[in-house]
Design a protein. Structure first.
Length: 191
């Protein structure tokens, strides 16, 4: 005795082919939607233009370190600098800090500097750093840090935001969003 699946009828074959076409169509639509979403996210997270005078504002700025002492940005000029804007309440910021710390440990002998500019309350930053100590300096950005971030192209004020400066003080790279090890590797080779 034959089972229906052993000898398909033309209607069964057409239904099967039609179902397969629908699956491929849905997969194609899903792929296009995914690529579109990724493109939109990349566009949305693309840094804007650096505002006129932002370089001077940066190198003239001073921020308080966690001990209440001024950290003058001019003192960091002359060597490559990764400036990272972050906050304790920002999960991607917190996730990338160990990566930045490792980068600093590997590259500081080569002249690299890393500065974490916390856009957060001092007590929150101090409490966080007791749990997750960092080897690189951290300063408190406050409103001035937020405005500096915006002037460097972070129009929407998203965090984390990282800017790489060359030894001459010029901006070399910028990224809104979480850094990857690959980003840091590529950036360090670009100078």
């Amino acid at each position: 005795m034959n089972h229906p699946s052993e000898n398909p009828t033309p209607e069964t074959s057409q239904a099967s082919a039609s179902a397969a076409r629908r699956r491929w169509l849905l997969l194609g639509v899903g792929a296009v939607a995914g690529l579109g979403g990724a493109g939109l996210a990349a566009w949305r997270l693309r840094p804007g233009a650096v505002k006129e005078g932002a370089h001077e504002t940066l190198w003239d700025a001073s921020f308080e370190d966690l001990g209440g002492q001024p950290l003058r940005m001019a003192s960091m000029r002359g060597r490559p600098l990764l400036l990272n804007f972050w906050a304790t309440w920002c999960p991607p910021c917190v996730q990338e800090l160990p990566l930045l710390n490792a980068f600093y440990g590997e590259h500081r002998a080569k002249g690299w500097q890393v500065l974490g500019l916390a856009i957060d309350q001092p007590a929150n930053v101090q409490k966080f750093l007791q749990r997750v100590p960092l080897d690189f300096p951290v300063a408190l950005g406050g409103l001035g840090g937020t405005e500096l971030s915006r002037s460097l192209g972070n129009d929407k004020g998203g965090l984390p935001f990282t800017v790489m400066f060359a030894a001459d003080g010029s901006i070399s790279k910028r990224k809104i969003g979480q850094l990857t090890a690959q980003d840091l590797q590529n950036w360090s080779k670009s100078l």
